[in-house]
Each structure stands twice: as C-alpha cells, then as structure tokens.
Design a protein around this ligand. Sequence first.
Ligand SMILES: NC(=O)C1=CN([C@@H]2O[C@H](COP(=O)(O)OP(=O)(O)OC[C@H]3O[C@@H](n4cnc5c(N)ncnc54)[C@H](O)[C@@H]3O)[C@@H](O)[C@H]2O)C=CC1
Ligand SMILES: O=C([O-])C1=[NH+]CCC1
Length: 335
Amino acid sequence: MSKLLHFCAEEVTRLFPPFLVHLEALKETMIEYSVKESIVQPVRQQLTVPNTADRFISMPACVPSRGVMGIKVICAVPSNKEKCLPTHLGCIQLYGLTGELLCQMDAEEITAKRTAICSALASKALANPDSKILAVIGAGVQAESHIQALSQLFNFSEIRVWNRTKSRAEKLVRELHDVGNFNLCVSDTVGSACSDADIVCTVTSSSEPVLFKDHVKPGQLSYRVTVLFKDHVKPGAHVNVVGASSPTTREVGDDLMLSDNLVIVADCLNAIKLESGDVIQSGAAPHHELGHVLHFPLSRDPDQITLFKNLGLACQDVVTAHLIYKQYLSESTRS
Ligand SMILES: NC(=O)C1=CN([C@@H]2O[C@H](COP(=O)(O)OP(=O)(O)OC[C@H]3O[C@@H](n4cnc5c(N)ncnc54)[C@H](O)[C@@H]3O)[C@@H](O)[C@H]2O)C=CC1
Ligand SMILES: O=C([O-])C1=[NH+]CCC1
C-alpha cells in the first residue's frame, strides 16, 4: 500500500463541499438507494460497551455509480459531554472499486452536516413550504447543524431551542445569533417550543435511563427518554426525529407514534425496524422511505403530521467523503 492519505478535521473543513452541492448529492444518493436500488448497504453493526450507553458503530456502503465504497466507524459516547469531549467521534475510509484505499478522514463534521441535510431534504419534501417557526429540541452538535441547514431552505421568522440544561440552549443561541434573519430564542418547555411550530427537530441523547410509568408496556424493561408527545405538535406540522437510534432509546411518545394522523418516513425501512426504539417499542408502522418521497412527491392532507425518522446511513457518509476526496484531487492537479 502506498502512503496513506489522511484528512484531519481541519482539512475536512477546508475541503467540505458547498451546502447546495452537498444537498444535491445526498438527494441523488437517497433516490439511488431507495428507487434505483443500486447502492449496497447492510444495516450497520452497533456494539454497546457493557454497562454504558456507549456504542461502537460500523457502517459500510458501496456506491457503484460514484466508483467508491467505504466504511464509517463512529463511536457514540454520550458521557463524553461531561469530559468536554465530542460525543460522536469517528473515521471514514474510502476505497475505489478495485479495492485500493483512497484516503481516510475525520468523520465529525461529515456526520453533523450530512445528518442535518437529510432532515432538511425531508422537511423540504414533507413540510409546509411556507413554514415560519422551527422548534429544536436539544442543543448539541446536531441542534446547531440542523439550524444551519434548515434555515437555508426555509424563510423562518422564529427558531426556538429547548434543552434539558437551559444554559446550553442559551449558549447555542448566543453562538448562532447572526446565522439568519429570524428571531432565535430559548424556550422553557418542550410544549412552548413546539406550540404552533411548523417544523420540529428532536436532536437529543440520553445517558441515564428514565422510566415513564405511563409509557412502559407490560414486559418491557425501560426506555431512556421521551421528549415529544402528540399534544406538542400541531396538525400539519413536520417532525424530524434524529436522536434515539437504538432499540432502547426514545424521543417520541406512543401517543404521537400511533396517531392515525401520522405519516412516518424513514431514511431506511430495513434499519428503522431494527434500530428505532420509537418504532420498535410503540409498534408503529413506518410508511415510506426518504428516497421514494424525494422522487415521487407525497400528496398529503394539510392536517396530517409527517415524521421523518433520521437514523443516518453509510451511503451518505461515503458520498460526502467522496466529494471531499474529489476536491482534494482537483486542488492537487491545479498545483
Ligand atoms: N440520525 C443520525 O444520522 C445521527 C443521529 N445522531 C444522534 O442525534 C442525537 C444528538 O447528537 P449530537 O447533537 O451530536 O449530541 P450532543 O452530545 O452534542 O448533544 C446531545 C443533546 O441531547 C441532550 N440530552 C441528553 N440527554 C437528554 C435527556 N435525557 N433528555 C433530553 N435531552 C437530553 C443534551 O442536553 C444535548 O443538548 C444523539 O442521539 C445522536 O446519537 C447523531 C449523529 C447522526
Ligand atoms: O449515522 C450516524 O453516524 C449515527 N447515527 C446515530 C449515531 C451516529
């Protein structure tokens, strides 16, 4: 093997594709995955570190149309927050179809941005195009990337952030005060953040189990956290559910998951049935895949609530890493 090309976090930032290029590439990728079925991607492996909520996740995908395959390994370590370390750390290896290792790169920014872009694509396809109020539940890395991405596609007048630790929401609002021409503010409760919101994003993680008596089914041990209930969400709203990507974690109450008025869209129908605690524990039936609704627009009743379950897919990482690698190659050829 020749010398390994490694892009550290700073180089990934420098080589990162512009927002609209990234958006278009991920839109094509999701359609390719669901409609053309030309991407090979198993449901990822998630190893839980014993007696913790920490996960070691390996995510391979092969994208023949772009001539690449690759794997992201990502460690989700919620308790890193207390140590002031990133809670999602990882690396992507990119290979050519002949098997040569093209490069490897830091996965933090890729994970943050490609996840938010997929929520933005789902929102564009499913939400009211004239959405004015965005509610963000959580104030970590994904909260920031979701505010950045969604505010580029919608003309919001107000964005509200709720977080369990209010000071973190206040910090995020201070940091993003000049992102756009909208009122960015902190809400005291999930209910007040979501009241009249056109789009809601749940972007939380939980480290300690919290047992909610009303929500525990007979025979079920526990689930970690539920932050969003049906009463929080107005008819016609769109919800992106981004946290809770393991069978024992939740963000959404059964009342919303099982509502007759709800349409559930997943990034991957195979994965949602194995990974989403909200779907598995509520018994809700997902209806569509993101790639399908991007290709064949859904006609929906204006009072229906749409919910996009965003688990995150390896093909999104491989395609983003490929855009970064191509930018590197074009700079190398020029110099
Ligand atoms: N769908 C996808 O592709 C991806 C999903 N994620 C998931 O999104 C979620 C957020 O990720 P990051 O923003 O990177 O994490 P982060 O660690 O930066 O932020 C986590 C947020 O969750 C909040 N939180 C923690 N425990 C909570 C609880 N019990 N109740 C309410 N809020 C709580 C924290 O206050 C913080 O605001 C995580 O669950 C993560 O695993 C992350 C990356 C990709
Ligand atoms: O797709 C992804 O990278 C992740 N999904 C949940 C944790 C990390």
